[in-house]
Design a protein around this ligand. Structure first.
Ligand SMILES: *[C@@H]1O[C@H](CO)[C@@H](O)[C@H](O)[C@H]1NC(C)=O
Length: 216
């Protein structure tokens, strides 16, 4: 009897796994709106809903102006995600504007929770992503072009023009999350042990420490 029940449960589990739609983004919403109450002390998967909302909760003017690219990477990501634009809470979307100085780059990074699609507003960019099979897909794109970076894969954008460049990015997540490879490895706090990185990069700890010093 117990054996029959177990095999029935196993068969049902297989059926469920096959029948379930695959989810490639944030969980689906359960109500029309849920503007994030970013000040709530309640911790859950997302943000609780604000009680009083207005049209302004669904409005964001912060992508009009270029971000300041006077930094070591020569780029600036201005985010319109749930942290700056609380109206997108539970909606599974967000945007960003990325500006690049001449020679600037958005360094190799991943978004654990979103695919990213970009539209070029200005300039010429070399963009690319690397699959888990270690194959690079790269392209030089210009004004009006669109490129997509699959969720979770390492990707980058490099300004190849002599003038500033900019893109608008869309994400299928209210908060895509960004893990920049170099800062993750060389500027974590507390630091990733230098001997761990030396072994991984097949160099000495002095070289690792020299790179770490650049990120201080
Ligand atoms: C991006 O630009 C904004 C607005 O100019 C500025 O406040 C911010 O410090 C810049 N971020 C970086 C990393 O340079």
């Amino acid at each position: 009897m117990a054996r029959i029940q177990l095999s029935a449960i196993a068969a049902f589990a297989v059926f469920l796994a096959l029948a379930a739609p695959s989810i490639a983004g944030d969980p689906d919403m359960l109500q029309d709106v849920c503007v994030a109450d970013l000040k709530s002390s309640i911790k859950l998967n997302g943000f609780p809903c604000k009680a009083e909302i207005t049209a302004d909760d669904f409005f964001f003017a912060g992508l009009k102006k270029p971000g300041n690219t006077n930094n070591p990477a020569g780029s600036n990501v201005t985010a319109a995600n749930v942290q700056s634009f609380s109206g997108v809470n539970t909606l599974g979307v967000s945007m960003a504007r990325i500006d690049y100085a001449p020679g600037g780059q958005n360094p190799p990074h991943t978004h654990p929770r979103a695919t990213e699609i970009i539209f070029v507003l200005d300039g010429v960019l070399e963009v690319g992503f690397i699959t888990t099979a270690n194959k690079l897909f790269t392209k030089t794109i210009t004004v009006g072009d669109v490129f997509v970076f699959p969720r979770g894969l390492v990707h980058f954008q490099q300004n190849r023009g002599h003038v500033p460049a900019s893109v608008i990015a869309g994400f299928n997540s209210q908060l895509q999350g960004t893990q920049a490879i170099a800062t993750t490895l060389f500027a974590a706090a507390p630091p990733v042990p230098s001997d761990v990185l030396a072994k991984a990069f097949r160099v000495g700890t002095e070289e690792i420490d020299a790179v770490k010093a650049k990120f201080q």
